[in-house]
Design a protein around this ligand. Structure first.
Ligand SMILES: C[S@@+](CC[C@H](N)C(=O)[O-])C[C@H]1O[C@@H](n2cnc3c(N)ncnc32)[C@H](O)[C@@H]1O
Length: 244
């Protein structure tokens, strides 16, 4: 089902989700529940779970159009953003190289609004590199990283254990791993036999505890606008791990 993320409409939704300002996502004339406002800027909030000290290398798996990858560059000398979608990686590279990218926001039916995604202030995009690759079959020579981030990726993989088993090599000793998952297991992405047998938190602990210490666990909400009146408003479970 990875072709979902090659759809031009989904690209537009993700550019808005990652780079849209609050008043571009939520109509300022409408009274929305406070919680919807708190769900903005998810792609900025998930990498904020890393410690703030400067480090050499970061990796953002399932980076989509790259907002969290760019945010990680505030504290990492080099960051690699990896996504399976050629269309998402092409958009992320345009943002890196041009600093902006035009797209459309769907309001309803055929009505669209012209928008421009812009790189946020204070980010050195020369620190960032994007790469199309499969997170379940990453190149053997990718190396190890001080920080690894994978937001809303695990339950979009057909065999997520392949990635869980790779984290021990991907995260350098003493390094940090931030995982976000809304635990929305669906057969369209993951065959049922590869879903966690109990709950996702216990499943993560089962696979990661041998090499990682769990540092914290919480939920972060996110909001993806599909049209002016239709949103995905969801909570993602965030776990922060430190490689022993
Ligand atoms: C639900 S989106 C999350 C994107 C982003 N991390 C965020 O939090 O907004 C899932 C992302 O994972 C990517 N993806 C799906 N399967 C993948 C795979 N096998 N390897 C790498 N990326 C994959 C999709 O292209 C998409 O960009």
């Amino acid at each position: 089902m990875s072709e979902v993320y090659e759809d031009p409409q989904i690209l537009d939704e993700y550019l808005l989700f990652h780079f849209g300002r609050g008043n571009e996502i939520l109509d300022p004339m409408v009274q929305y529940p406070e919680g919807m406002k708190q769900a903005l800027d998810f792609a900025v909030r998930t990498p904020s779970h890393f410690s703030k000290k400067p480090v050499a290398k970061g990796l953002d798996l399932g980076c989509a159009v790259g907002r969290s990858t760019f945010e990680m560059a505030r504290h990492c000398q080099e960051v690699v953003g990896v996504d399976f979608s050629h269309r998402f990686i092409a958009a992320a590279n345009l943002l890196k190289n041009e600093g902006k990218l035009d797209y459309s926001r769907l309001d309803e039916g055929l009505k669209k609004t012209h928008m421009t995604a812009r790189l946020p202030e204070g980010i050195d995009s020369s620190r960032v590199k994007f790469m199309q690759a499969d997170a379940m079959h990453l190149p053997a020579d990718l190396g190890s990283f001080d920080r690894v981030h994978a937001a809303n990726l695990l339950c979009r993989l057909s065999d997520p254990v392949l990635l869980l088993n790779r984290f021990g090599d991907l995260v350098a000793r003493g390094g940090e791993l931030v995982l976000a998952t809304p635990c929305t297991w669906l057969e369209t992405y993951t065959p049922r036999e590869n879903w966690p047998r109990s709950n996702t938190f216990d499943w993560l602990r089962e696979y990661l505890s041998e090499t990682f210490d769990l540092r914290s666990e919480c939920d972060e909400p996110f909001l993806i606008r599909e049209t002016a009146r239709k949103f995905q408003w969801t909570r993602s479970m965030i776990t922060v791990w430190k490689r022993r």
